[in-house]
Design a protein around this ligand. Structure first.
Ligand SMILES: Nc1ncnc2c1ncn2[C@@H]1O[C@H](COP(=O)(O)OP(=O)(O)OP(=O)(O)O)[C@@H](O)[C@H]1O
Length: 272
């Protein structure tokens, strides 16, 4: 595996400070249900942010809104200095193509295409295919030797790394990963975390939804959602990839402990 991941393209020079993403009082409402409830958040450029919360707390809904796959009922989202609600469909498509890279728990690879062809499909939607670049992307995630295998011939961990290569092919400034290690064993989880650590070191902003306390602790910052609200936050004192952490509780309400996520934010995991 090579040591470098391509640095993200920089944003426009006229944007304020170094905030890549800002949510202002965002809600997503279905009937009586507030899937996301008056959530405000700033994510500095280059931050590795973990999002935790029990099942149904609104994590995926939030990611879909940030990833321009869904729109909020109320509130505004500013990404790279642009307010998403003011953009038309083709501008939103451009943001999805050029600014964001998506990694899912379900790999969503096209089964009859090889690893390299799956990566080249992403290139095709972006601009034009380039086999050399696609191979380099696979080499970056340690899969150069498996480039011509079908997804069915790859392990779950290898398939996830193909997805990451595909997500990174356009050098996104922001990588959104929804349970990226949910289907992986510990060894493959670590490979994915190592890739994220290299991306982070190269300046990419990462937002990672996870139920796994270890994966969450690898980010620089963790936020806890409960019933769509941001109810807790902590910063990992040692920075991304380190486990020492310190809790900063905003005291906005008691976390829902159903899935055990609150214990992670109270720092009950091993503080090695
Ligand atoms: N299209 C929809 N219509 C109605 N309710 C929805 C819709 N999408 C999500 N919800 C509801 O919004 C809430 C938040 O869902 P979401 O998928 O964001 O939670 P989550 O935190 O990602 O859960 P999980 O960890 O189980 O994936 C849930 O109660 C869910 O049932």
């Amino acid at each position: 595996m090579t040591d470098t991941l391509t640095a993200p393209r920089t944003g426009s020079p006229d944007q304020g400070a170094d905030v890549l993403l800002e949510l202002q009082h965002v809600s997503k409402i279905y009937g009586d249900l507030h899937a996301v409830d008056d959530l405000s958040l700033q994510v500095p450029r280059g931050q590795w942010l973990s999002v935790v919360g029990s099942s149904g707390s609104g994590k995926t809904t939030l990611m879909n809104i940030i990833g321009c796959m869904d729109t909020p009922t109320r509130g505004s989202v500013l990404l790279d200095g642009r307010e998403l609600g003011r953009l038309n469909a083709s501008q939103l498509t451009d943001i999805r193509k050029h600014v964001i890279g998506l990694v899912f728990q379900q790999f969503h690879l096209i089964p009859h295409l090889t690893a390299i062809e799956n990566v080249m499909v992403a290139q095709y939607y972006h601009s034009m295919t380039d086999e050399k670049e696609a191979l380099a992307a696979l080499e970056n995630v340690g899969l150069g030797e498996r480039a011509h295998h079908l997804p069915s011939q790859l392990s779950g961990g290898e398939q996830q790394r193909v997805c990451i290569a595909r997500a990174l092919i356009n050098h996104p400034q922001l990588v959104l990963a929804d349970e990226p290690t949910g289907n992986l064993d510990e060894a493959n989880e670590q490979l994915v975390l190592d890739i994220f650590a290299r991306l982070h070191a190269a300046g990419t902003t990462l937002i990672v939804v996870t139920h796994d306390a270890h994966v969450a602790s690898c980010g620089q910052r963790q936020i806890l959602l409960n019933h769509g609200r941001l109810v807790g936050e902590k910063h990992n004192v040692g920075g991304a990839g380190r486990r020492e952490s310190d809790m900063l509780d905003f005291g906005q309400g008691e976390p829902d402990t159903r899935a055990g996520d609150a214990s992670a934010l109270r720092g009950e995991e091993a503080q090695s």
